[in-house]
Write a protein of this length. Structure first.
Lengths: 281, 308
């Protein structure tokens, strides 16, 4: 099992596609810092309407928090994760490498488990990379300082703000990013499951992203309110609670339980399909 | 003799299609076993079931005594395989692919990887990415990955596909050498009848998912007691021979007769013909070609294998 994980990691790091997400997230973080450096007026104008501020709150911590809020991140982070996990089985089925690998004395269950383990490593690395890149670039160009976050409204129409000293802000950011990685993993696991039943990776990636979008749409309508607690998309934004005081640990635990339930269900479904699958391509 | 691959009442259905229908096979240690059949006969499906890639609908496949589907690790521990066109990680080099695949079989030394690459004629291109390889090079890499861990059983599905004539000759020699020099058992699926005839010690012919015939090549092609008798007035000679209970005339040609002579009594046939006033020029054992054997089982229309 350890050997198989090592081999899956070897394949991952040798493949150009694995770095696509890292590159794109680095670019997005850089662009965010450029926007704050050369045009912070909108946020400052918004802040000055309700608050009197002194000093600079546009810093590395703020950029890292802002990146979690950015709509492109909410879409791209799961997308880039799915690009890799959705290809894990379907890509190898399409190019015949799964046939070559499964002609070896390797257990199907342990091979799938290794692929999931590498998916976890990749998702966590990708998510934390976003945080580190945003915090790092932001700190280099904007400096460090207190972490100011907006609550109960959009960034440009905040209803309230929370201010944390640099150390506490960093801790809360780390916790929020860790939570986000669980959310992204839930989508990535759906892609991994789909990759066991479709013949090409586009189907698996598209299917997982479609699930994300459809669940997101369901969450917008009150008609579907009874099922909202069971949609994983309802819980993806729970990271915001790490920036309130006190932190509502009960809600966070509930959300984590739902997200892990999705991960476990789709992992087991994928395992079941993979261990029974006829490799006929 | 130890049975290395044993299929028993093996069946595979894809929907309403019976790809393999009650197949029985027994490959013994040291055999070079040829597996023949036209396209769509069920060869690839059978090989996939032997390799645990496809689950049988009924029946069992045992490799080294282990059920492949239930105990695939132990069943495949001593097996190397090339299943159809080999799939490789295109973004890795040939050497990296071999290393990675050998790790899945427990690992191979660097020397073993180098040797496998050399044997496949890829030593000079070992560090090039596979995406730069031609079809023939990938095929040779496929053979190399099947042999890199020095298995006891090698399963090769169309191993010469895509190779030039020189490459095909080298692979045939390699396969013969595997059994002769290294004691490996080889299970070879091929469309090329003369290839199978040259390298295999046993064959089985499959058609419409069913086994049509099998046995040692030498026995199948010996022709039994078939002889070609070159004689004057062959029609009259044939009529004379037809009266004998140990001779069955199967064909009469312009200058000869094809007949089956039981119990090796060809000398007696010669004596009787000469005594009857016929001039016998030659009596030669008539060897059946694998092509004749193959088409006798599959029929000329269906059995579209390549005799070349």
């Amino acid at each position: 099992m350890v050997r198989q994980i090592r081999l899956e990691v070897f394949k991952l790091v040798r493949r150009g596609r694995s770095y696509l997400g890292f590159g794109a997230l680095l670019l997005i973080s850089g662009l965010a810092v450029v926007a704050l450096l050369f045009g912070p007026h909108m946020i400052e104008t918004s802040m000055s309407q309700g608050f009197i501020t002194a000093g600079s709150y546009l810093n590395g911590g703020f950029v890292a928090w802002m990146m979690l809020n950015a709509p492109p991140t909410a879409l791209f982070l799961p997308l880039f994760a799915c690009v890799v996990t959705g290809d894990m089985v379907s890509g190898e089925t399409a190019d015949g490498t799964l046939r070559t690998v499964l002609s070896r004395p390797v257990g199907r269950g342990s091979l799938f488990a290794a692929k999931f383990a590498v998916s976890v490593i990749y998702v966590v690395a990708l998510t934390l990379f976003l945080g580190i890149a945003a915090y790092g670039i932001g700190t280099i160009f904007l400096g460090r300082g207190v972490l100011v976050t907006f609550q109960e409204g959009s960034m440009l129409g905040a209803q309230g703000i929370y201010v944390y000293d640099a150390r506490e802000g960093l801790t809360r950011l780390a916790a929020a990013y860790a939570f986000v990685s669980v959310g992204v993993l839930s989508v990535a696991t759906i892609a991994l499951f789909l990759s066991t039943i479709v013949a090409n990776s586009l189907g698996a990636i598209g299917g997982a992203m479609l699930t994300l979008i459809v669940f997101g749409i369901l969450a917008m309508f009150d008609f579907f309110k009874p099922i909202h607690p069971f949609l994983f998309t309802t819980h993806l934004d729970r990271w915001r609670d790490f920036f309130t005081t006190p932190i509502p640990w009960g809600e966070i635990r509930t959300s984590l339980a739902v997200l892990f339930a999705y991960i476990v269900v789709f992992l087991l479904a994928g395992l079941t399909v993979f261990t029974r699958k006829d490799v006929i391509s | 003799m130890e049975v290395v691959v044993e299929a028993s009442d093996l069946q595979k259905r894809f929907g309403d299609v019976r790809a393999v229908d009650g197949l029985d096979l027994a490959v013994e240690r040291g055999d070079v076993f040829g597996f023949l059949g036209p396209n769509g006969a069920g060869k690839s499906t059978t090989i996939r079931m032997i390799m645990g890639l496809v689950r049988p609908s009924a029946g069992t496949v045992r490799v080294f005594g282990y059920d492949v589907w239930r105990d695939r690790r132990r069943a495949l521990a001593r097996v190397g395989a090339l299943v159809e066109t080999p799939g490789f990680y295109r973004y890795l080099s040939g050497r990296q692919n071999l290393w990675l695949l050998s790790e899945l079989s427990g690992g191979a030394t660097r020397e073993a990887v180098d040797l496998a690459l050399k044997r496949a004629g890829l030593a000079d291109r070992a560090d090039d990415k596979v995406k730069a390889y031609s079809h023939g090079m990938r095929q040779r890499l496929g053979i190399a990955q099947a042999l890199v861990c020095e298995p006891e059983l090698v399963v090769l599905d169309e191993p010469t596909d895509g190779l030039d004539p020189q490459g095909m000759k080298e692979v045939r020699e390699l396969i013969s050498g595997l059994a002769r020099d290294q004691g490996m058992t080889v299970f070879l699926s091929s469309h090329l009848l003369h290839e199978v005839e040259q390298v295999c010690t046993k064959v089985a012919v499959i058609h419409h998912g069913k086994q049509m015939g099998s046995g040692p090549v030498a026995e199948l092609l010996s022709g039994g007691g078939r002889v070609q008798i070159t004689v004057d007035r062959p029609a009259r000679a044939a009529a004379a021979l037809a009266k004998l209970d140990f001779v069955t005339v199967s064909a009469v040609r312009d200058d000869s007769i094809i007949a089956e002579v039981k119990d090796g009594r060809t000398a007696e046939v010669n004596r009787l013909l000469v005594a009857g006033g016929f001039e016998v020029s030659a009596i030669v054992p008539k060897r059946t070609s694998l092509e004749e054997f193959y088409f006798s089982l599959t029929g000329p229309e269906d059995g579209k294998a390549n005799p070349a």
